[in-house]
Design a protein around this ligand. Structure first.
Ligand code: ATP
Length: 246
């Protein structure tokens, strides 16, 4: 267990340590290789990369969802994580409130704490008026908000978020980022994959750029700029340079 043999510089108090030696969907064919990631408490690390580069595969691997994988993952704190998937997953015949209730039961949250937190989240995401509705009747963004609420309910040590921005309106994006900030202040780490690079540039402390299943660059914006040889460039332009060279 937790045999994370990182011989490189390790963040002393990292909340998430990932070392994927290789992982893939078919035995003997690795889709991703040699990917290391660390997230410190309160830190937001962005996974970026072109379509098909291996971002979702990386997330699926660290969640233990890939059968053919050679990897180590260590979660600090109490080892609690929340995974917020890109594609909403829901039960057709359960209302929004029932989904939250089910998640709270799965997380082992006490009834009183659950009710207060769920009420607050419904209010914060402007979803109070549909609390007793079925998510099948929701728009794409409303379903996405439901997944975010379920994630926030559990107060985990680390959030693992797969592309949260597509589908959220500007107000919901702002509300989501505010909640994420509050959670980071509490000490939660965040690992987030996204294509929305202007937002990523603004909110992430560090990045890992995945291209063709490998880590193509990683570090702060300045370190990514250095890797791209573009000291003043935006994350978008660095991304463009670093991914078109391959
Ligand atoms: N279920 C699957 N079975 C087989 N191959 C898959 C599966 N899911 C993804 N792949 C392949 O793995 C590679 C990486 O895909 P992945 O979904 O990780 O990319 P991504 O970086 O998340 O892309 P996007 O930005 O488009 O979401 C691609 O070549 C893809 O075709």
């Amino acid at each position: 267990m937790n045999a994370f043999d990182n011989t490189e510089k390790a963040l002393p108090d990292s909340i998430l340590n990932v070392h994927i030696r290789e992982a893939g969907y078919i035995p003997g064919q690795s889709t991703i290789r040699n990917i290391r990631m660390q997230v410190a408490p309160g830190e937001l690390v962005g996974i970026i990369g072109p379509n098909g580069a291996g971002k979702s595969t990386t997330i699926k691997t660290l969640l233990g969802l890939l059968e053919h994988a050679d990897y180590d993952v260590t979660i600090g704190g109490e080892g609690r994580y929340a995974y917020i998937p890109e594609q909403p997953v829901f039960y057709e015949y359960m209302t929004l409130w029932e989904h939250l209730d089910l998640a709270a039961a799965a997380y082992g949250i006490e009834e009183e704490i659950f009710t207060a937190r769920a009420e607050e989240l419904l209010f914060q995401f402007g979803m109070d008026h549909v609390r007793d509705d079925l998510p099948a009747s929701f728009s794409k963004g409303m379903r996405q908000k439901m997944m975010l609420m379920i994630g926030f309910l559990s107060s985990p040590d680390i959030y693992i978020v797969d592309e949260p921005f597509i589908g959220l309106d500007p107000r919901a994006t702002k509300d989501f980022l505010k909640l994420l900030d509050d959670e980071r202040r509490r000490g939660a780490g965040v690992l987030m994959s996204t294509h929305v690079l202007d937002t990523a540039e603004r909110i992430c402390d560090r990045f890992i750029l995945i291209a063709s299943g490998r880590s193509a660059a990683e570090g702060t914006l300045d370190e990514i700029r250095a890797a791209a040889g573009m000291p003043e460039a935006s994350l978008f332009d660095c991304f463009d340079t670093l991914t078109s060279e391959r």
